[in-house]
Every structure is written in structure tokens, then in C-alpha cells.
Write a protein that binds this ligand. Structure first.
Ligand code: DQA
Length: 149
């Protein structure tokens, strides 16, 4: 059984009502419930956390080192700005899958840069809330592969 942290950053608490044409109509609670349920089918215990504060996200990443095997991170706009979040992921040495609901590469130029990508094992973007489910599959497959080594 792997423990996986699904961590969401700023403004993602507003999913459902926030620019639904870009981010969809599902609320974060529904997405989190689906991740927990899907995780069970993949032998993963999923915990979820959202914060609008960079420091709180960093604290959550540090805390994950003691009891999580991997992190799924949608850092919201901090993706494009936060060297501190990038350093936090690098510091804990946990595999991280980066997720975005929208296809950040098809949007404004400032969204094309991701500091998280530099330390993530991979990025999933553009598939809406399904991206979190795809990220669980990717992370579980990665952890299984590491176990086999
Ligand atoms: C986002 C993309 C970011 O550019 C944006 O700032 C967000 C959401 C996404 O999930 O598509 O807050 O991470």
C-alpha cells in the first residue's frame, strides 16, 4: 500500500465556479473524493490538501517525507513562479507528478514555464480533472517500478 499526497495550490479551492470554461465544473471536494476512491482501487492511500499559501504548501511537502511515498502536485500559479516549491520537492526526494487541469502550454506564454517540471517525474496537463486520476496511475506505476528494482 502506497501513501500518496494530492496537493493543490492557490485558487484551486474555487474549482467548480472558477472560470468553468477553463477549469471545468467539478469542485475540488469531488475531485479529491474521486482521487481517494480511485486510489483504493490501485492500492494507494490518498490524502488531500489544498492551500492558498506558499509556505503552507512547502510545510506539507516537508511533512510528506515522513509518511508519503509520492506527491501529486497542482501548484496553480505558483507553478510558474515558485523556486521555493521546486526546492521543497527536490529536498524531500519524493517522486512528484505535476498536474494541471488546463493545457498550460496552449495558454499565455507566462504559463509555459514550470519550475515544478524541473523536479517532477512528469507532467499531466490539459485533461481536466481526469488528470489527477491519470497522475495516480502514473505515480503508482512509477512506485511499482521502483519496488521491482
Ligand atoms: C492551473 C494552471 C495555472 O496556470 C493556473 O494559475 C492555475 C491552475 C491548472 O490546473 O490548469 O491556478 O494549475
Amino acid at each position: 500500500m502506497s501513501n500518496i499526497l494530492v496537493l493543490n495550490g492557490p485558487n484551486l479551492n474555487l474549482l467548480g465556479t472558477r472560470q468553468p470554461d477553463v477549469y471545468g465544473r467539478e469542485t475540488l471536494s469531488i475531485i479529491e473524493a474521486n482521487c481517494i476512491k480511485y486510489g483504493e482501487t490501485r492500492g494507494a492511500l490518498v490524502s488531500c490538501l489544498q492551500s492558498n499559501h506558499e509556505g503552507a504548501l512547502i510545510d506539507a511537502i516537508h511533512a510528506a517525507k515522513s509518511d508519503q511515498q509520492g506527491i501529486i502536485l497542482n501548484a496553480g500559479a505558483y507553478t510558474h513562479t515558485s523556486i521555493a516549491l521546486m526546492d521543497a520537492i527536490a529536498s524531500v526526494e519524493l517522486p512528484c507528478v505535476e498536474v494541471h487541469l488546463s493545457n498550460i502550454h496552449a495558454r499565455e506564454a507566462f504559463r509555459h514555464v514550470s519550475y515544478i517540471s524541473k523536479v517532477a517525474i512528469g507532467q499531466i496537463c490539459g485533461f481536466g480533472s481526469r488528470g489527477y486520476i491519470l497522475a495516480i496511475d502514473a505515480l503508482v506505476a512509477h512506485l511499482d517500478m521502483c519496488d521491482d528494482k
